[in-house]
Ligand binder design. Structure first.
Ligand code: ATP
Ligand code: MG
Length: 140
């Protein structure tokens, strides 16, 4: 099985509660390698651009406000089936529906403040990785 890469974001609700290390431990325990990582404060324009696919959704404005409410940690995860594996480790969008032991079941505060983002396809992963990282930043 070839190795794959996906884009992960530790969201402001999690950085605020000092959960970066605990979330990273969950990725590593499940065999995902953190091959690039940086903490940054998104601007409104950057958050709007990143979530442009959700522009028409009723929660778009609140989502952008939330994503710029504090620092995020953007990271590239690598491993077998990394896109699907990461979404498994994250759990369902709504923490009430997330399986036990997943990041969102353990740590998310709400359907919006749900601690992590993960790319939903290999195509989107490539685009989202390029949004945050240059090739030289990624050490596989
Ligand atoms: P993400 O894209 O962040 O990995 P996801 O793929 O599980 O999460 P999406 O449907 O892509 O979920 O929604 C993107 C983000 O928008 C969610 O993670 C959440 O923060 C927010 N969101 C989604 N649905 C709602 C909702 N009904 N109310 C408020 N916020 C929502
Ligand atoms: Mg999504």
């Amino acid at each position: 099985m070839p190795s794959e890469r996906t884009l992960s974001i530790i969201k402001p609700d999690a950085t605020r509660r000092n959960l970066t290390g605990r979330i990273n431990a969950l990725f590593e325990e499940k065999g995902l390698r953190i091959i690039a990582q940086k903490r940054l404060q998104l601007t409104q324009a950057q958050a709007e651009a990143f979530y442009a696919v959700h522009k028409a959704r009723p929660f778009f404005k609140d989502l952008v406000t939330f994503m710029i409410s504090g620092p995020v940690v953007a990271q590239v995860l690598e491993g077998e089936n990394a896109v699907a594996k990461n979404r498994e480790v994250m759990g369902a969008t709504d923490p009430k529906k997330a399986e036990q032991g997943t990041i969102r079941a353990l740590h998310a505060e709400s359907i919006e403040a749900n601690s992590v983002h993960g790319s939903d396809s290999a195509e989107n992963a490539a685009q989202e990785i390029a949004f945050f990282f240059a090739g030289i930043d990624i050490v596989g």
